[in-house]
Design a protein around this ligand. Structure first.
Ligand SMILES: Cc1cc2nc3c(=O)[nH]c(=O)nc-3n(C[C@H](O)[C@H](O)[C@H](O)COP(=O)(O)OP(=O)(O)OC[C@H]3O[C@@H](n4cnc5c(N)ncnc54)[C@H](O)[C@@H]3O)c2cc1C
Length: 381
């Protein structure tokens, strides 16, 4: 089976690797190279936290478990999934109500959650000057060294003789027996199956191919499609796990730096990217980090970061054409879902049908697109 994977982000890489293991003759192309899209600018909190509806929670919870298994399976290649939990703290006057609702939701879904008091918070993250008396702790959550993970899968592909080819796909045409791929350089090639895993640009590829794949375009930025993601300089200030709150989100990185987001300024993404905005946000981040840790943590870089966001917020996974030649693999939360979807998609390309994916098929858009409701809950990524 000659199979093309378009896109070498986390989803394309892990899918190509699974397909290769299953005996496909895999080609993977990217118009820029590995991790050129959302995968290189992701907060990479691995979680099934407040992912609604319940079918999407189940998918993400299975995604967390797939990370656990894969980290164990590939332990000899290093360590990238740190399942140390996530602390969710709320400093607003609605905190009690918000905690109760989030805790109840998790309990109903069977996703572990604990209410923690200030003493426990201090034990979990002693360097933080906690502005709250209590918080929620989600022990199954974790954080991913997203670059390490990408490198490991890339190396495994390379060891199997599969290189990422730098080529840009224009469109994919289908017949009952093949998928004809046209590249931007004017060349064409024929494959048995094609997986479109081109992140935010999957929509335009599908459109040029006469298919529907509603992914939010990145050309009119706002908090739905973009985030202001800070990277601190490596620091002596110790942080062990993901901390999510109404004021600041932080998580540690393997080189001693941290990722940081400031929820109250995310709406500024609608101003569009400019050096002035990024500079201003860097100062806001440094002020918030100082408040959190009681000491200076310089911010090295602020990235105006675009997501790959299906218009209704949910994964779009499945065949786009009746002949089953072209398969869509687009989702937000792709860091959480990567190992799971990579495996399930390979199973489906081998002829299987995965029940977990039933509610995420592209066919749901046949009667039009219902856009996701805006809902700015704590921890929204
Ligand atoms: C700020 C931010 C925070 C996030 N936080 C989290 C989080 O905490 N937890 C979580 O699970 N997820 C998070 N995500 C989401 C997650 O990072 C993405 O869902 C994931 O990286 C998507 O991976 P992908 O492989 O689908 O796409 P991408 O990484 O975007 O890769 C797509 C690739 O396709 C290539 N491409 C595009 N067009 C073409 C073409 N025509 N021909 C060939 N190649 C092409 C691009 O060059 C790119 O390399 C976050 C994302 C952002 C932006």
């Amino acid at each position: 089976m000659r199979t093309l994977v378009i896109g070498a982000g986390v989803l394309g890489l892990v899918t190509a690797w699974n397909l290769q293991k299953d005996g496909h003759d895999v080609t993977i192309v990217d118009k820029v190279g590995k991790y050129a899209g959302a995968s290189h600018r992701s907060f990479a909190w691995i979680n099934a936290n407040h992912k609604l509806p319940e079918s999407y929670h189940r998918l993400n919870a299975a995604g967390v478990e797939a990370h656990e298994r894969l980290q164990e399976e590939l332990a000899e290649h290093g360590s990238w999934f740190h399942q140390l939990g996530c602390i969710l703290s709320d400093s607003t006057q609605d905190a009690g109500e918000n905690y109760a609702a989030r805790a109840q939701e998790s309990q109903e879904f069977g996703y572990p959650v604990e209410t923690v008091d200030r003493i426990r918070l201090q034990e979990l993250e002693p360097k933080i000057d906690w502005p709250v008396g209590s918080a929620l702790f989600f022990p199954k959550d974790g954080h991913l060294d997203n670059f390490t993970f990408g490198d490991v899968i890339h190396n495994l592909l390379a060891q199997a003789g599969i290189d990422i080819l730098v080529r840009e796909v224009e469109s994919v045409g289908t017949t009952s027996s093949a998928a004809q791929v046209a590249f931007v350089d004017g060349s064409t090639d024929s494959f048995d199956q094609v997986v479109i895993a081109a992140g935010a640009e999957s929509g335009p590829i599908a459109q040029r191919s006469g298919m529907t794949l509603p992914v939010a375009p990145l050309d009119s930025p706002g908090p739905r499609t973009h985030s202001l993601l800070g990277i601190t300089t490596p620091t002596e200030v110790e942080l062990g796990r993901v901390v999510i709150s109404d004021r600041i989100n932080v998580r540690p990185r393997s080189d001693g730096s941290m990722f940081v987001q400031i929820p109250p300024v995310e709406h500024r993404t609608q101003e569009g990217e400019s050096p002035e905005l990024l500079d201003e946000i860097r100062t806001v981040m440094e002020t918030s980090l100082h408040e959190l840790f009681g000491t200076a943590v310089p911010v090295d870089e602020v990235i105006f970061s675009g997501r790959s966001f299906p218009e209704d917020g949910l994964s779009i996974v499945g065949y786009l054409d009746d002949a089953h030649r072209v398969y869509s693999l687009v989702t937000h939360s792709g860091m959480t879902l990567g190992p799971l979807l990579g495996r399930l998609v390979a199973n489906e390309l081998n002829g299987g049908q995965e029940e977990l994916l039933d509610e995420f098929r592209p066919s749901r858009f046949r009667d039009g697109v219902v856009h996701e409701d805006r809902d700015d809950f704590i921890g929204k990524q």
